[in-house]
Design a protein around this ligand. Structure first.
Ligand SMILES: [Zn+2]
Length: 301
């Protein structure tokens, strides 16, 4: 098998590709704009970004990290809220165009795998990964394997109901966990305390670092909701470690300490069971492409 693999982060208007060597280090990067809104435009963007990054080299496989539900066999996207990929033979079309094995993967699963192999979850067997960005995504590594469920719909933790008849969610339901624990929720909590919505998630985190009380309280609230939801997941999965990534996780202990406290208060039997540590992710923004490339190599072998 050749030394290199490619991981691709597929977004709505941009595709970012990274070439990885066999130890999982990124050695080249490229970007391409995609003609958004059409399947053929997305495929052309992916082919262009991969072509740039692999130039002159043999590659073993290409892994795609995509925000959406992905078929458990890694061949296609089943559902995506923002990308025109659902139901299309994506792996087949890219294999025909690029001449390499292709793996399509959910972005949270890909990031979870990167954290499990080389990041904050290294050495664990049962790991729960939570990505707190605009919404809340989750990736499960169970018995050292990414768990996708029977079809590929597993890990949609952001839409667990945590409040009956709670805040409306774009998914059509109410009271979903990501309405309370996400970057969107952080801004909502801050605005509810009289903050300016223009400050945005990263601005709130910076202000909280400097001790601004509204920002600290908003992060503590989101952290408590994170802990409350995690308590339910712990009841089902009994993970060894919980790794929290995504933009909101940059708040560090201002988010995680309230999460640990609430989790301990909410878990059934917390007095008699050791609780899993909640730790920040360590692979940063590249986790998705790194994990997708690693998984694609395994898939191709
Ligand atoms: Zn929802």
């Amino acid at each position: 098998m050749t030394r290199y693999t490619v991981g691709v982060d597929v977004g709505g208007t941009k595709v970012a590709a990274a070439l990885l060597d066999e130890s999982g280090d990124i050695v080249r990067r490229s970007r391409a704009e995609t003609e958004s809104g059409t399947y053929s435009g997305m495929v052309a963007g992916i082919v262009s970004a991969v072509g740039d990054v692999r130039e002159g080299l043999d590659i073993a496989a290409v892994g795609l990290a995509i925000a959406g539900n992905v078929a458990a066999d890694g061949s296609s996207v089943l559902f995506s809220a923002h990308l025109p990929l659902a139901g299309e033979p994506l792996a087949r079309d890219l294999r025909d165009a690029l001449g390499t094995p292709i793996l399509v993967e959910n972005d949270a699963n890909a990031a979870a795998w990167a954290e499990h192999e080389g990041g904050a979850g290294r050495g664990s067997t049962e790991m729960l990964f939570i990505a707190l960005g605009t919404g809340l995504g989750a990736g499960l590594v169970l018995r050292n394997q990414v768990y996708r469920g029977s079809q590929g719909f597993a890990g949609e933790a952001g839409h667990l109901t945590v409040v009956i008849e709670g805040r409306a969610c774009p998914c059509g339901s109410r009271g979903c966990w990501e309405r309370y624990a996400s970057g969107t929720a952080l801004v909502a909590e801050y605005v509810q305390r009289g903050g300016d919505p223009e400050v945005g998630g990263p601005g709130i985190t910076r202000a909280a670092d400097a001790g601004e009380p509204r920002s600290v309280a908003a992060l503590a609230d989101v952290g408590a909701w994170l802990g409350r939801g995690l308590a339910s997941l712990i009841a089902i999965l009994d993970p060894e470690i919980i790794v929290v990534g995504g933009g909101v996780s940059k708040a560090g202990e201002l988010l995680l300490e309230p999460a640990r406290r609430q989790m301990a208060a909410s878990v059934t039997g917390s007095a008699v069971r050791p609780l899993p540590p909640i730790v920040p992710a360590s692979m940063g923004n590249a986790a998705g492409v790194v994990g997708a490339a690693m998984l694609a190599r395994r898939h191709a072998q």
